[in-house]
Write a protein that binds this ligand. Structure first.
Ligand SMILES: Nc1nc2c(ncn2[C@@H]2O[C@H](COP(=O)(O)OP(=O)(O)OP(=O)(O)O)[C@@H](O)[C@H]2O)c(=O)[nH]1
Ligand SMILES: [Mg+2]
Length: 199
């Protein structure tokens, strides 16, 4: 079974822990908390109804000032979810800074998603969906809005990033295997040409 590492990152109080808890309690087939690393949860997620994927989710509190501090979970992350609070535009500014810093300091092949949380407080929204969506699009990130309170959009957040990693896995993470098959095919063709030449 494949293991995907996800990091959920964002300003304090935007709802990262609530988002992860909401997803895990409603959706995953099986889940277990790490007793060794705090903030780390592992669960089994099903995509396409029949493919089971083990997902390790690391809940990382940060702000744009501390993002550059080396974190052991970021280099091994296959997907990064950057969360802001739709009722707090300062958290969206921080989300933009975090996204830019991540793009510049880690491998850009990583799947990234921007999530506007607290959608249930739409009546006091400060960050327009369209502007956040545009920023995400300009930075090649997936975009979603969610509410950890009502559960709206939560399943989609995790499903979409897991599916995106799944689609990209061979291209990004199994490249050596692809090269191996290419070398094998080339060797077979060369052998065939040599045999035909001598026969
Ligand atoms: N209305 C509303 N409140 C939410 C939502 N998600 C989280 N909250 C509330 O926001 C507060 C912070 O939620 P947390 O999940 O602890 O936020 P966090 O990002 O993990 O915060 P830190 O661990 O401090 O970084 C709590 O009071 C939650 O109940 C949401 O979708 N809607
Ligand atoms: Mg938290």
């Amino acid at each position: 079974m494949k293991l995907y590492n996800l990091v959920v990152i964002g300003e304090p109080e935007v709802g990262k822990t609530s988002l992860i808890s909401s997803f895990i309690s409603d959706y995953s087939i099986k889940c277990y908390k790490s007793e060794l690393v705090s903030g780390l949860q592992t669960c089994i997620v099903k995509i396409n109804t029949d493919i089971e994927i083990k997902v390790q989710i690391y809940d990382m509190t940060t702000n744009d000032r501390s993002i550059l501090l080396t974190n052991q979970h970021l280099p091994s992350a296959h997907g990064i979810i950057i969360v802001y609070d739709i009722t707090n535009d300062q958290t969206f500014n921080s989300c933009k800074n975090i996204t830019k810093k991540l793009i510049s300091c880690i491998n850009s092949n990583r799947n990234m998603m921007i999530v506007g949380n607290k959608l249930d407080k739409n009546d006091v929204r400060k960050v327009e969906r369209a502007s956040a969506e545009l920023f995400a699009q300009q930075n090649s990130c997936i975009f979603n809005e969610s509410s950890a309170v009502t559960g709206e959009g939560v399943k989609e957040v995790f499903e979409e990033i897991v599916f995106s990693i799944y689609k990209d896995w061979d291209r990004i993470f199994d490249r050596p295997k692809t090269n191996y098959y290419f070398a094998l095919a080339l060797t077979v063709i060369i052998c065939a040409v040599v045999i035909i030449w001598f026969v």
